[in-house]
Design a protein around this ligand. Structure first.
Ligand code: DAT
Length: 172
């Protein structure tokens, strides 16, 4: 059976992991967190002193994922999306949270002032939405609110329906 690949993107803290894991368990699709994948395989290319974090080796991440992506049925979670091949994804969701909600979530994570400010700005200026629109066909890019538990439930149900329809359209 053919299954679609789904990209979940958005500013850190918007709820990609929460949605991705729940969606995977309810759809049977496979969930891949690119941050975790990079850490496990040490897919890094240097260190960013300003942001105090390793720099992702995007080419190695793409090589690592290529086989699974061509098989289909993968949910990818990452706070960036311009380096994935466009052909990988059948639909792209950009999760979004209100400033005050996001601020609290990132504060709870213990982000420092600079990281907090940068991420809130990233959300205000819809950086990931713009990046998704620049990287994928506009008609497959969708914004999803991700502030409260009801949003999570609505998003899951909506995406499950979309998967079901996609599978129907691609069987025969
Ligand atoms: P991300 O993977 O985008 O960094 P996350 O899934 O780790 O985000 O979520 C960050 C925090 O927000 C985490 O404590 C769970 C919470 N959260 C996520 N989605 C939510 C929602 N729809 N309603 C309430 N809390 C949510």
């Amino acid at each position: 059976m053919l299954l679609p690949n789904i990209l979940l993107t958005g500013t850190p803290g918007v709820g990609k992991t929460t949605l991705g894991k729940e969606l995977a368990s309810r759809s049977g699709l496979k969930y891949i967190n690119v941050g975790d994948l990079a850490q496990e395989g040490q897919l890094y290319d240097g260190y960013d002193e300003e942001y105090d974090c390793p720099i992702l080796d995007e080419d190695r991440v793409v090589d690592e994922l290529e086989n699974q992506m061509s098989e289909g049925g993968v949910i990818v979670d990452y706070h960036g999306c311009d380096f994935f091949p466009e052909r990988w994804f059948h639909i792209v969701f950009v999760l979004q949270a209100d400033n005050s909600v996001l601020y609290k979530r990132l504060e709870t994570r213990g982000y420092n002032e600079k990281k907090l400010k940068d991420n809130i700005q990233c959300e205000i200026f819809q950086v990931l939405y713009e990046e998704a629109l620049a990287s994928y066909k506009e008609e497959i890019v969708h914004q999803l609110p991700s502030n409260k538990p009801e949003d999570l439930e609505d998003n899951i149900n909506q995406i499950l329906k979309w998967i079901e329809q996609w599978v129907k359209d691609h069987s025969s």
